[in-house]
Design a protein around this ligand. Structure first.
Ligand SMILES: Cc1cc2nc3c(=O)[nH]c(=O)nc-3n(C[C@H](O)[C@H](O)[C@H](O)COP(=O)(O)OP(=O)(O)OC[C@H]3O[C@@H](n4cnc5c(N)ncnc54)[C@H](O)[C@@H]3O)c2cc1C
Length: 339
C-alpha cells in the first residue's frame, strides 16, 4: 500500500506555510483519499507555524530551528531527508518552490528514490498517474513509475491552496543531524515588491509587444512615454508583466529598450507559460510562437493597430483595433480614479 508525505515549508514571515505548500497539501489529501493511503505532512520552519488556515487530518511532522530560517541546500536537504525517513512514505509530494526545487532531487537520491518535476496533475484509479508538459508545453505526458520512493515536484497554481479546519493532530518534532555548514545567509537583496514586474499570483498578465518601441503615426518613437504607461498600468492594476520575444531581444541589438524588461518576461514558445486568469496584449502581433505561451490564460484581450494581427484570428476573445498609447493612458486614468 502507498503512503503519502507532503513536504511543506514556512513563508518569509516564518510563521505560516507558503501558498504553494498548501497547494501541495491539497494534492496530497486528494491522492491519499483516492488511494485510501495514510497521509503525513512534513513542515520545515524556524519555529512554530500558525496552522489556523488548517491542515487535513494527517500525521504532522516538523523540523524546526534557527538553521531552517533561511533556504540553504545543506540544511534544507537534511531537513527533508529526516522528514522522509521519519514518514517512510512511498510517494513524496513537494511544491516546486525555489527552496524545494533546489534540494528535492538530492533528497530523492539520498533515499534511493526517483523524482519527476513540473507535475501539473495527479490522476489514475488504482495506479498513480502524473501529468507534465514537455517541449515548451507542446506535448503533455502521463507518467507512472514502479520505483519507490517517488518524489513529485508540483508546479504552482495547479491545485487550490488547502483551507480547512485548524489541524488538531499533535506535531511530532523530528531530530536532524545537521552537516557542517559552509554557507551563511547574510540577507536577501530583492527589488521592492512594487518594482517586481513578474508577479505569478497576479490576476492579470499585461503583455508588452515590440510595437511600443516602434515608430508611431507621427514618425517618432516614444519609448519613455511607453515605459511610463506600462509601469503605470502595472502599478494600478497590480498586473504581471510579460513581453514578446521581439521586444526583449531589442536590448541585445543595441536599440532603445524598456529597461525593466528582461528575457524572464518573455512569454511564448521559447519563453514562459504563465497561469494568470486574464491576459491583455498590447502592441503585440499575436504570432503563434508568442501565443503558445498563453495556453493557460483563460480570458484574453488585445490592443493592436493591425486588424489582421494574430489576435483577431481567433487567438483573443476581444481585440481593440486601436492605438495602445491613448487607450492605456485612458485606462490608467480610470484606474487611478477607481483606486
Ligand atoms: C523558433 C522561434 C521561437 C520564438 N519564440 C517566441 C517566444 O517565445 N515569444 C515570442 O513572443 N515570440 C517568439 N518568437 C517570435 C515571434 O514569431 C514573433 O516574431 C514575435 O512574437 C513578434 O513580437 P511582437 O508581436 O511584439 O512584434 P511585431 O511583430 O513587430 O508586432 C508589433 C505589433 O504592434 C502593433 N503596434 C505598433 N504600434 C502600436 C500602437 N501604438 N498601438 C497598438 N498596436 C501597435 C503593430 O501593428 C504590430 O502588430 C519566436 C520565433 C521563432 C522562429
Amino acid at each position: 500500500m502507498e503512503s503519502i508525505l507532503v513536504l511543506t515549508h514556512a513563508d518569509e514571515t516564518g510563521s505560516a506555510l507558503t501558498k504553494a505548500s498548501l497547494e501541495a497539501v491539497t494534492a496530497g489529501q486528494e491522492l491519499a483519499g483516492r488511494l485510501s493511503a495514510p497521509l503525513a505532512i512534513g513542515i520545515v520552519s524556524s519555529g512554530p507555524i500558525n496552522l489556523s488556515k488548517g491542515l487535513p487530518s494527517a500525521r504532522l511532522l516538523a523540523v524546526s530551528g534557527e538553521a531552517f530560517a533561511q533556504p540553504r541546500y545543506a540544511t534544507d536537504a537534511a531537513a527533508c531527508e529526516a522528514l522522509c525517513r521519519a514518514a517512510a512514505a512511498t510517494i513524496v509530494l513537494a511544491p516546486a518552490s525555489s527552496r524545494f526545487a533546489r534540494v528535492a532531487a538530492g533528497v530523492a537520491h539520498r533515499l534511493n528514490g526517483f523524482i519527476d518535476t513540473h507535475i501539473t496533475a495527479i490522476g489514475g484509479t488504482d495506479t498513480v498517474e502524473v501529468t507534465r508538459w514537455f517541449y515548451r508545453q507542446r506535448v503533455e505526458a502521463v507518467l507512472t513509475r514502479d520505483a519507490r520512493p517517488w518524489f513529485l515536484l508540483l508546479d504552482a497554481g495547479t491545485h487550490a491552496a488547502y483551507a480547512g479546519v485548524p489541524a488538531a493532530a499533535p506535531v511530532e518534532e523530528i531530530k536532524v543531524e545537521l552537516p557542517a555548514q559552509r554557507t551563511t545567509v547574510t540577507g536577501i537583496r530583492a527589488p521592492r515588491q512594487d518594482e517586481q514586474t513578474i508577479r505569478p499570483d497576479a490576476k492579470l498578465l499585461f503583455v508588452a509587444g515590440a510595437g511600443w518601441t516602434k515608430k508611431q503615426p507621427d514618425g517618432q518613437i516614444h519609448v519613455s512615454e511607453a515605459a511610463g504607461l506600462i509601469l503605470g498600468f502595472l502599478r494600478a492594476a497590480n498586473a504581471s508583466l510579460g513581453s514578446s520575444k521581439s521586444l526583449v531581444d531589442q536590448g541585445g541589438e543595441g536599440n532603445s529598450v524598456l529597461p525593466f524588461l528582461t528575457h524572464l518576461n518573455q512569454i511564448g514558445q521559447t519563453g514562459a507559460t504563465p497561469r494568470h486568469p486574464k491576459g491583455l496584449a498590447t502592441c503585440c502581433h499575436g504570432e503563434e510562437p508568442h501565443v503558445v505561451g498563453w495556453r493557460f490564460i483563460a480570458e484574453r484581450r488585445a490592443i493592436s493597430l493591425d486588424p489582421n494581427c494574430g489576435w483577431t484570428r481567433g487567438k483573443a476573445d476581444v481585440v481593440y483595433v486601436a492605438d495602445a498609447f491613448p487607450v492605456v493612458a485612458k485606462v490608467n486614468e480610470l484606474l487611478a480614479k477607481g483606486n
